[in-house]
Design a protein around this ligand. Structure first.
Ligand code: EPS
Length: 397
């Protein structure tokens, strides 16, 4: 039994991250990458830059220039089969050294104490992890909740996702993300092909594939910023060229739709995940919803619709994977909301440091990374193997 479990774990793309928003660095250890995959830090850095840009991002992104250092598990750009360790330095740490010290302070200088007190806060930010986190971990300073619950940690997740994407690319599996709604502004007209959507979205600072809609999105962000408010929205992640049969219907926790939903849902601020037709499926009749199958002259199976979003019975069905995510408006706001102070349990105004007005474009990049991780995991799980050559041979079978 235990033996089976260990075998199963060896063919899994697993990772853990550590790091605080204003701590020294963010790190990840990835386990389960077979030997021989080409992994380049320059490609990871391109993905990190994609997460950082976006109209409506806050002051922190002016400070950081996220770059990864591959610390182990890779030699001359090729994985060795050993755990891969990634690290991103937080540039802002220079300003937070005293506050984020990991050592016990025996006789702190007055100046140091003042800095720590200045950064401590007890007024709960509604919508954040502050209230439940302080009770769960018994903190009197909400800084201890903020630091790890911050979406800053998604930077290292994007680095892990970029490694997953480099693995998937070996098998021709590629994906992208784009924004389809910010506040009340929706993308109504999609460019005709996925290639066009991708190209246009990558060039847009709101990751939107239509110029006019992008203008309206920027205006909405400006208006929210002027009012001291924030905006949420909706994004879509697409992956193509997936083999049939990733995931399974045999157990609930092996269903790929469930695994993807968990991966996207747990991104900070995400409130809903949809597969294919998603919530619209509620009003579609069976005859409208289900994608009929045909066989082409080339003997290949094809369908004229993709309401299933590439997933049937918890498995990939060979069609394009289509996942939508909904992000709520960021809960750190200049326009302070009513709350409580956990120090005296009296009414108070919520704490504000600095924030993004809108981070939906960044969230789309994070979701793309998280989905890539699940797909790489499912692919390695299906194919097994210790090195790229072995896996490629199995894939070709
Ligand atoms: C983020 C870094 C954070 C925030 C944001 C995401 O930096 P700071 O707290 O220093 O401004 O900009 O996090 C949140 C808005 C949040 O609610 O967690 C980043 O690197 O993406």
């Amino acid at each position: 039994m235990l033996f089976c479990y260990i075998i199963n774990c060896m063919n899994r793309f697993r990772f853990l991250t550590s790091g605080e928003s204003h701590g020294k660095c963010l790190t990840a250890i990835i386990e389960g990458i077979p030997a021989g995959f080409r992994i380049k830090s320059s490609i990871i850095n391109e993905d990190l830059a994609r997460r950082q840009v976006g109209y409506g991002r806050g002051g922190r992104m002016q400070i950081e220039h996220d770059t990864v250092e591959i610390k182990s598990g890779v030699r001359f750009c090729k994985t060795t089969g050993a755990p891969v360790c990634l690290e991103i330095q937080n540039k802002d740490y220079e300003n937070w050294k005293d506050v984020m010290n990991t050592e016990h302070l025996d006789y702190p200088a007055q100046e140091t104490l003042k800095k720590i007190e200045e950064k401590a806060f007890t007024t709960v930010r509604p919508g954040h992890a502050d209230y439940a986190g302080s009770i769960k971990y018994n903190f009197s300073d909400l800084r201890d909740v903020l630091e790890r619950s911050s979406a800053r940690k998604t930077a290292i997740e994007v680095a892990v996702g970029s490694v997953a994407k480099q693995i998937l690319r070996e098998f021709g599996i590629m994906g992208f993300s784009h924004v389809i709604q910010i506040g009340n502004v929706k993308l109504d007209f999609y460019p005709k092909t996925y290639t066009l959507i991708k190209e246009k979205a990558e060039k847009s600072d709101v990751r939107c594939a239509d110029d006019l809609t992008a203008d309206r999105m920027r205006n909405a962000i400006d208006e929210a910023a002027q009012a001291g408010d924030t905006l949420g929205g909706k994004f879509e992640v697409i992956f193509g060229n997936l083999p049939v049969g990733l995931g399974s219907y045999v157990h609930w926790d092996r269903a790929l739709d469930g695994r993807i939903a968990q991966a996207v849902m747990s991104i900070p601020a995400v409130k809903a995940v949809e597969v294919g037709a998603g919530v619209d499926a509620a009003s579609l009749k069976g005859s409208q919803m289900h994608d009929e199958l045909f066989v082409g002259r080339d003997k290949k199976v094809y369908r004229n619709t993709n309401n299933a979003g590439g997933l049937e019975g918890g498995m990939t069905n060979g069609e394009t994977l289509i996942i939508k995510g909904t992000m709520k408006a960021i809960p750190t706001m200049r326009k302070a909301l009513a709350t409580i102070d956990i120090n005296d349990m009296k009414p108070a105004s919520a704490h504000f440091e600095r924030s993004d007005t809108c981070a939906v474009p960044a969230c789309a990049v994070v979701a793309e990374a998280r989905i890539a991780i699940i797909l790489a995991d499912a692919l390695l799980e299906k194919l097994g193997g210790d090195n790229l050559q072995e896996i490629k041979e199995r894939y070709a079978e």
